[in-house]
Design a protein around this ligand. Structure first.
Ligand code: KG4
Ligand code: ZN
Length: 369
């Protein structure tokens, strides 16, 4: 089965072509630079950029996959959650394409797609053909080609086993028990800020550009994580919910009480490492605890914050110590992408889950249950 998938829930315009579990192509145009000027995502601008970029991104994905619209068996798009105007662009476009091709359309929950992204892994390519000549890539910055030098992205569900999945991004932080394929139950989520938001907001307090997560990650590599002691909110709470706004507030007070600290490069690195250590410790300990309590043998993680090196390292250490198999989404699939939307849509269609109807609408507040 060959599926074209679109993702426009926030600030990445993405299209991917998936066939029989393989990611034939994945094109992503990120709007990060545009929103950086405003210190965060501006919904109206995001929607306009999606409108501008969607067709070139889809053209790139089809060309990279060497697939024509007539060869598609289905079309999928993120239906929610996300920014309403942003979602509308990809969702309605995908419905229109499916309608005109007389093919099934599948609306996908963005978080449910994240749950399965750790099962998509890169397998070595035999002989890498060169990338197709450029064209239409004015806005397409990041491509995952089916057969690029790095290898082929392939979703291996034969290896699937029940797991506890951490989804950790700029908008969400949640722990989900994935009991079997396409069957899950949310164990807990953040009661206030998401972990990525905590990285971004504390970084903003330190004067770092948006999004601050990657910058804190970089600076923290040369800092002392024990230099400053920040709170680990809800760490000892027996539930699976998270809270990060208190940590952000304590960083604000810390900066108020230590004027001048931002002028000292090494102290800034220490500060970044200490904030990161607090976030990572909460995420890792609560994930491991949930995995033990639910008697699974596997832990997975996805979402933008899963790019964080300390989080990847600490999850790996903890899982090794506790005897869990760990599956981290590949870095290029941690942030928002249409490949994971296509993989889940194909999975659902193969398992005879009914396609969405053409009168369905976006669900901006669609909560994973
Ligand atoms: O999944 P994502 O691309 O978008 C959504 O929020 O849905 O995640 C973006 C978030 C931002 O908050 C960004 O700061 C964070 O992921 N992030 C990181 C890193 N890379 C991205 N946070 C910490 N360390 C990183 N290396
Ligand atoms: Zn996401």
């Amino acid at each position: 089965m060959t599926v074209l998938a679109l993702e426009t829930s926030c600030d990445e315009t993405s299209a991917a072509v998936v066939r029989d579990g393989r990611v034939l192509s994945s094109a992503v145009s990120s709007q990060i630079k545009l929103h950086a000027e405003y210190g965060g995502v501006v919904p109206e601008l995001a929607a306009r950029e999606h409108l501008r970029n969607l067709i070139p991104v889809v053209q790139t994905a089809l060309r990279d996959a060497d697939v024509t619209p007539e060869q598609l068996d289905a079309v999928a798009a993120t239906q929610g959650p996300g920014l309403p105007m942003a979602l509308l662009v990809g969702f309605k476009a995908a419905q229109a394409v499916a309608f005109s091709l007389r093919k099934p359309f599948m609306g996908i929950n963005h978080h449910e797609a994240h749950l399965y992204s750790p099962w998509i892994s890169q397998q070595p390519a035999p002989l890498a053909p060169s990338l197709s000549p450029p064209g239409g890539e004015r806005v397409v910055e990041d491509r995952v080609r089916g057969e690029n030098a790095g290898g082929i992205f392939f979703a291996d569900f034969t290896a699937f086993q029940p797991n506890v999945s951490l989804i950790v991004s700029g908008g969400h932080t949640m722990l989900v028990l994935v009991e079997s394929e396409l069957k899950h139950r949310v164990l807990g989520s953040t009661v206030d800020d998401a972990a990525g938001e905590c990285f971004d907001k504390t970084g903003k307090l330190m004067g770092l550009p948006y999004p601050a997560g990657p910058e804190i990650d970089r600076l923290a590599e040369q800092g002392n994580p024990k230099a400053f002691d920040f709170p680990r909110p809800l760490l000892n709470d027996p539930g699976d919910d998270f809270s990060f706004s208190g940590l952000k507030t304590s960083v604000r007070y810390f900066l108020r009480d230590h004027p001048g600290i931002l002028d000292d490069t090494q102290r800034v690195r220490d500060l970044c490492a200490s904030i990161q250590a607090a976030i990572v410790e909460v995420l890792v300990k609560k994930t491991i605890r949930a995995a033990k309590r639910n008697h699974v043998r596997c832990v997975t993680a996805s979402g933008g914050v899963t790019c964080n090196r300390a989080l990847r390292r600490e999850l790996a250490r903890a899982c090794e110590r506790e005897g869990f198999e760990l599956r981290l989404a590949e870095k290029s699939l941690c942030t928002d992408n249409a490949a994971m939307i296509g993989i889940l849509a194909e999975r659902k269609l193969v398992q005879q889950i009914p396609a969405s109807t053409f009168d369905e609408e976006i669900k901006p507040g669609w909560v994973l249950a």
